[in-house]
Design a protein around this ligand. Sequence first.
Ligand code: SF4
Ligand code: SF4
Length: 488
Amino acid sequence: MKLFKIRGGVHPEARKELTSDKPIEPAGLPSLLQIPVQQHIGSPAEPIVKAGDIVKKGQLLAKAQGTISTPVHAPTSGEVIEVGDHPALHPSGLPIRTIVLRPDGRDAWAPLAPPLDLDTASSEAIEARIAEAGIVGMGGATFPSAVKLNLRARFSLNTLVINGAECEPYLTCDDRLMRERTAEVIDGVRIMCQALQVSTAIIAIENNKPEALEAMHEAVADDPALRVVGMPTRYPLGSEKHLVHALTGKETPAGALTANIGVVVHNVGTTYAIHEAVRLGRPLISRVVTVSGGGIMNPRNLQVAIGTPIRFLIDQCGGYREEPGRLLAGGPMMGQPLPSLDVPVVKGTNGVLALTHTETDQRPEMPCIRCGTCVSVCPCGLMPFEMASRIRHEDLEGAADHGLRDCLSCGACAYACPSHIPLVQYFNYAKGKLRLQQQEEQKQGQQKRLIEARAQRLQRQAEERKAKQQARRKAIAENQQHDKEASV
Ligand code: SF4
Ligand code: SF4
C-alpha cells in the first residue's frame, strides 16, 4: 500500500526493548481501589453507590450524565468505603469525585449482559452496548467510543483506521495486545466496521513491531476488507490526523475531524475492550499498562484493575532500581507528570514511567538561537519559537494567531530544540490560560444575558403595573362620571 509523506517528526530513542518481550501478566489487586467518576472527556459520571454498599465485579458504580459521558463499573467485588474527592490523573490537577472500594478477594462477577448476536444486531445496539460498557479511547484520548462510532450519523464514512502505531517511546502495551490477543483485536475491528457501516479497515502498525505485524497479517490473510500496513517509525505518526494523512494522502482541515474526510480512528486497546463488551458482556474495568523506564527494577506489561494506585504497580515491578528523575503517566513525549504515587490508574493510562536522570534531558534552558529546527520538525507546520516568544510576553492571542490551538502538544519541537527550551510547557500553560479566559468570557456573557433578561423583566412588570393603574383610574373616573350622571 502506498504511504504518503507527512511533514515533520523526530526519532527519539524508542527504548521498547525494556518491555517488548514481557508478556501481559495480571497485576493483582491492591487493598484499596480508587475509582474516579471522570476518566473520560465530557461530563463526570454520577455515583449511584454510597459508603457501606457491597458490590460485585462489573456492577455499575456511577452512571453517565448527558451525551458525552461514560459510566464507571466496579473492577472487582467488595465494599464501597467512601465516595469523596481525591487526587487523580486529570489535566485540571484538581481532586476528582472518587469511589473508594475495598476488594473482598472473591472477585465475584455481577450478572453480565448477554453476548450480542452480530448476525442481527443493529449499529445502534452495538453502540448502546459500547456506551453501557463505559469504553473510551484507550490510547490516552479518553473520548467516549460510542459517541465516536455514532459519527456515521453525521458524516459519510468509508474507512476505519486502527491505530497500532504506538509511536511513544517505552510503551509496548498495544504491541503485546496485538501479539497475544490477535483474534480478539481483529474481532473488535470487525464489530466496529459493522457499527460504523464501513467495509474497509486499515490496521496501521509501526515497523518496529515485527511480531505484531506478522501476527496481524496472518490473522487477516483471508479477509480482503481488512488490511495491515507497516508504517515508518517516526514520532508522532500515531497522532490521528497524521496517521490518516500518511495512509490516505488526505489532510484533515484545522479544527475539523478525520470524519470530515470519511475516516474514523480507534486505538488497539479500545478494539479489544469492544470485543469484550460485545462478545462477553464485560464492561471496561481493567487495562494493559506498560510499567517501564530505567528507574524500574523489573519493567513489565501488566493487566491492571482500574483504580489501582500507581505505587502498587511500581511495587509489583520490584520498586526502583535507582531514584527516578521523572515520573510520568503515559509516554515520555506526551505523558503527564505524576502528582503523587497514590493517584490511580484510569481508563486512559497506557504507561507508567520512572525515568532516571540520564534518561531525562534536564539541561538548563538557553536563549533561542532562531535555528528553525522546531519549525522543521513540527508535524502541524507551526512556528514553535514564535509562539513561545509571544507566550513569554503574555501575548496569548498572538500565540493563538500563530496556530497555538492547532498544536498537538506532541513535544517534537522541544525534543529537537538545541537550546533545551521546554516549548510544550509554554504551549500547555498558554492553552490552559486561554481555556480559562474562554470559560470566564462565557460566564461573563451568561451573567450579562441574565442581567439584561432581569432588566427587561422588571421593565415589563413596571409597564404592566402602570397599565393596570391607568386602567383602574380610568374605571374609577368612568364610575364617578356614571354616578354623577345618575344623580342628575
Ligand atoms: S529549535 Fe529552539 S533554538 Fe531553534 S528556533 Fe526553535 S526554539 Fe529557537
Ligand atoms: S508540540 Fe505543537 S508546536 Fe511543537 S511540534 Fe508538536 S504540534 Fe508542533
